[in-house]
Design a binder for this molecule. Structure first.
Ligand SMILES: [Zn+2]
Length: 383
């Protein structure tokens, strides 16, 4: 009997839709929620279990005993049918998590689907209205302590403001259309944390935020994405929604420590934290710095950008070196091992091969203007 049930489960698992986790799409699920009737990976099964048995009842496909009625339920529903119900009204700006995405995103996606049923009842989606107000913990620019700050998101104004004191002028006004937002759990050592990145006076500024409630931080993340999508729709009325969704933030292409030389061949390698944000390669002294020490705009191959293994002539070899060629300068870089180096080369090449968008060109122009200003100051300086 038990053996027969296991056989039926293995057959069901081969059906289209059931061969991938119902929530994150990872291959070969080994678990199931037998009241909802879906096949799950181990990570998503863990989230289902945490919601409690009144929402989801979890079993292993092989290690647990299955009753006939439970098998019937799996037959009756399955991943595709469940998706039609629980994902019926997912807004286009909502980021559907994939296998390796941050835990908070996976967890809140699953809770939004089955616990809050946000995608069956769109009026429960507080992040699509274009307005959000609340308090978030924000890291100080200099003192690294987190303080509670009031934030107001206003899509029609294209602004995200934050206040040090309520009922006073905002401390900063960020433009939503120019804002990037990413989850930063490892870097900030907090599960429910966000990094906001934007251009200010020709240079990038980073802001680090968290909230103890994972639902609230995820709502802020989705609210910024939704507002960004609506601003894009205003800016590009003839573009399709599916194309515009591609421009929404979904994390940095890569981050990590690299070693970098100065502009002179005799300069030694210095350890820097590198972040590739779309076409901007930034380097910092520390991962949580408010400003990068320097930033390099990565243009298109046709404009003289390329990346190669090895250092340029006259530079001392170190670690796993590679060079980034831009029309103005060759950057000698080094990773701690060859795997890291190859990953960096791969993500940089991908950017170099991609055509520039009008937004890319605007960022490039503003970064270049900054550099020109610095140069003109040098001309008048004593040396
Ligand atoms: Zn999963």
């Amino acid at each position: 009997m038990a053996e027969r049930n296991e056989k039926v489960l293995m057959e069901l698992l081969k059906l289209p839709g059931n061969n991938m986790c119902a929530d994150c799409g990872s291959r070969s699920p080994e678990w199931a929620s037998y009241n909802i009737g879906i096949f799950l990976c181990i990570r998503c099964a863990g989230v289902h279990r945490n919601m409690g048995v009144h929402i989801s009842k979890v079993k292993h496909l092989k290690l647990d005993r299955w009753e006939d009625s439970q098998i019937e339920r799996m037959k009756e529903v399955g991943n595709i049918t469940a998706k039609l119900k629980y994902e019926e009204r997912v807004p286009p700006c909502y980021r559907r998590p994939k296998e390796n995405d941050p835990q908070v995103l996976i967890e809140q996606w699953i809770r939004a689907k089955y616990q809050r049923e946000e995608f069956c009842y769109p009026e429960r989606q507080c992040y699509i209205s274009g307005y959000m107000v609340g308090f978030l913990m924000k890291r100080g620019k200099e003192d690294r302590h987190y303080q509670s700050r009031k934030f107001i998101l206003n899509e029609s104004e294209d602004t995200l403001k934050y206040f040090v004191r309520e009922n006073k002028e905002p401390k900063a006004i960020l433009r939503i259309s120019e804002l990037n937002v990413v989850f930063a759990p490892e870097k900030m050592d907090h599960l429910n944390s966000l990094q906001l990145t934007f251009l200010k006076d020709g240079t990038t500024r980073h802001i680090y935020l968290y909230h103890d409630d994972p639902e609230i931080i995820t709502n802020w993340y989705m609210a910024i994405r939704c507002a960004k999508l609506h601003r894009l729709q205003i800016a590009y009325p003839s573009a399709s929604e599916a194309d515009l969704v591609e421009y929404l933030p979904d994390g940095f292409a890569k981050e990590g420590w690299l070693w970098k030389t100065g502009p002179r061949p005799t300069d030694g390698f210095k350890k820097r934290w590198f972040t590739l944000d779309n076409r901007k390669l930034m380097y910092h002294d520390e991962p949580l710095d408010a400003h990068p020490k320097g930033e390099i705009f990565i243009g298109h191959a046709m404009d003289g950008y390329s990346v190669r293994i090895g250092v340029s002539v006259g530079v001392k070899d170190q670690g796993s070196p590679f060079t980034l060629h831009t029309p103005d300068r060759i950057f000698n870089l080094s990773a701690s091992n060859d795997i890291e180096r190859d990953e960096w080369i791969q993500v940089l090449e991908k950017v170099i091969e991609k055509p520039l968008t009008p937004q890319d060109s605007s960022i490039s122009a503003r970064l270049v203007r900054k550099r020109t200003n610095t140069n003109s100051i040098n001309i008048f300086s004593p040396r």
